[in-house]
Structure formats: C-alpha cells, structure tokens
Design a protein around this ligand. Sequence first.
Ligand code: ZN
Ligand code: FE
Length: 254
Amino acid sequence: MLSVEPINAYDDNYIWLVSTNEGSIVIDPGESEKIIKAIDENIIDLKGILITHHHYDHTNGLKDLLEKNEFDVYGPINNINGINKKVSDLDKFSIIGIEFEVIEIPGHTLDHIAFYSFNNGSPILFCGDTLFAGGCGRVFEGTYEQMFEALKKISKFPKNTKVYCGHEYTLSNIKFALEVDPNNEKLQSEFEHVQSLVKSNIPSLPTTIEKELDLNPFLRCNTLEIQKNIIERFNVGNSEFEIFTAIRKWKDNY
Ligand code: ZN
Ligand code: FE
C-alpha cells in the first residue's frame, strides 16, 4: 500500500510525502524542518528525495536533509547541489518499492521533469510547477511551445492518474478559468467545491487527468467555446498553440 500526504511549505507549496512499507520519500522539499522532525520522531523512515526543478521553493530543504543522512536524491541534470542521481527523459528507477519513470517537461524551467508511476493501475504523477489544478506554470525559462508540448505529454497519461502539483493555486486558477470558459458547468461546480475546501484548509489536490481535461483551460484549447472567446478578445489565429499562448499571456497579466 502506498500513501501520499501533503506537507505544507512556504505560503502555498506542497512537499509530497510518499510512503510504503519500505519507507518514505519526499518530493520537492522546499523546506526541511517538518521532515527532519518526522525523521527524529521516527514517524518516517526517509529513503530518498525527488526534485522536479531547480527553484528554491522546491529544493531549499535539500542541504539540511543531506546533512542528516546520505539520501538518494533523484533530479534533473542541472547545477543543484545535492542531486546524486541525475535522471533524464524515460529513465526508470525504483525506490521504496515504487517504479518511477522520468518525463522531461521543460517550459516553466528548462530542467523541469516529472515523475510518473503506473502503480499497479492506480497511477500517480508528480509534476512540480508544470500542470496545476485548473492552470499551468508560468513560462520562465523555456518557450511557450515547450510548455504547450509539456502539457500535451502530461494530458496523455491515463485518465485516472492522480496528479500531485507543487502549489495550492487551485482557487485562483479556477477563477481565471471561468473567464476563459464561462459556460463550463463542471468548472462552475468545481469553483464552489474548491471554495469550501480552501475555507476549511483542506488541500484541493491531488487532481486527476480526467478532471483537468474537463476543467483546465490550458488543456482545452481545442474546444470551440474557448477558441471563440479567445479569438474575440485577442484577435489571434485558431490553432491550439495560438489559443494556448494567448491564454497563458492573459493569465500572466491577470
Ligand atoms: Zn517553480
Ligand atoms: Fe514553485
């Protein structure tokens, strides 16, 4: 049995704690304090660390964790201190009994990767700051083409894949999504639902690929409703990529 729990960090980051009977791993430890406390109190037996990209809010806890012990740290090929298992596209590795596959998804950063596991038919995906519930990451280092392709790759995973994103951005993403896709009834009811979760301090994640295909405007650039709205507002062409770019730029200034 596998469990995935969120550890809150900074204002809205999630460090994901994954545990099996063979131990635990953490994904994107932007901070170390709560993890070290859990190790010291024998609540977890930490076996390794996974890193999706180099931003400090996903990596800052590494140094302190590695001072504690020599963990296996899987991450992209970049200059982050502490990654001792550099991985790239389609690499596979096993840790705490889970087989992960690495997917390169540049766009938010050039080094961005995701970790996917089929997990005996209950697939899980850790995608950092690329796909968010109801939205996607900003394009900082890569190109809009790269981000578009990254989201395409992610959207092709099985519909029941549970998606663990790096931030709790869902409510503001859905507010924006409703501007892009105002007649989407599933989006309207999700807005109510997420509002009540946030009020009660309950994480809105994980999401699923199926849900995102229904709700996330960045994965729905091929729908006529969205195309019509975006072309009327921004006078862009109707290719999926042009629609995507226009939505992403709109969100940047929203
Ligand atoms: Zn980031
Ligand atoms: Fe981040």
